[in-house]
Design a protein around this ligand. Structure first.
Ligand SMILES: C[S@@+](CC[C@H](N)C(=O)[O-])C[C@H]1O[C@@H](n2cnc3c(N)ncnc32)[C@H](O)[C@@H]1O
Length: 199
């Protein structure tokens, strides 16, 4: 396992609208939101790629969305998908003014099965589809050299019964894929980064 920079060496400056989103998230009692260190990592990754095309699977209330959006340059684009219109509405209210973002209210499995013509430089897989189902479909949307990120791989109170044994299997499956360079860190909420090797 690699060492990972500690919190102090990341840019933790809050992105625009984070505070409003946090308040609404608490009001809704939505307990699956990403934590700030994950957000800061995602923003750094978004900043690294000019005119990046980004996909987020699982908008939630937009906690990670606002970090990703803050890392995008003016020519970048972000598509974010969630099945639940109530939580996604928080993100729409706070970030929907930005022309660089497209909200998709759809089952992520359907989205991944029907969206095979798109290509993304960065995928944040934060819903079950794209992680524990439709993994091939998600990875096929990743551009050569693109980066796929998954969080919440360390034990979480919100994990449903039966979820825990799936996590090591998922990490091993990712590490075994020949088209990927994979790193897993017990850092933040448990982060896996996979870079697609250029064909
Ligand atoms: C871990 S939360 C996302 C958190 C968010 N990315 C953040 O950073 O705060 C997972 C989200 O996946 C959504 N979800 C669950 N099943 C889904 C499905 N089949 N398709 C799309 N979204 C789904 C839930 O509604 C929830 O908002």
């Amino acid at each position: 396992m690699s060492n990972f920079p500690d919190r102090e060496s990341l840019d933790m400056t809050p992105p625009p609208h984070l505070e409003d989103i946090e308040i609404a998230t608490e009001t809704l009692q939505f307990n699956m939101a990403s934590i700030p260190t994950t957000g800061a990592l995602l923003r750094t990754l978004a900043r690294a790629k000019p005119a990046a095309n980004i996909l987020e699977l699982g908008t939630g209330t937009g906690m990670a969305t606002c970090w990703l959006l803050d890392g995008l340059d003016a020519d970048g684009h972000l598509v974010t998908v969630d099945i639940d219109p109530v939580v996604q509405q928080v993100a729409k209210i706070n970030l929907g003014y930005d022309p660089r973002i497209n909200f998709v209210e759809q089952d992520g499995s359907e989205f991944l099965q029907n969206t095979q013509t798109l290509s993304f430089d960065l995928i944040f897989a934060d819903a079950l589809p794209g992680k524990f189902s439709e993994l091939d479909e998600a990875l096929s949307l990743l551009a050569d050299g693109g980066v796929y990120v998954c969080d919440d791989l360390m034990p979480q109170e919100t994990w449903p019964e039966g979820h825990a044994p799936k996590v090591p299997v998922y990490i091993e499956t990712m590490q075994a894929r020949p088209e990927l360079e994979v790193e897993y860190w017990e850092w933040s909420s448990g982060i896996l980064l996979a870079r697609k090797i250029a064909a």
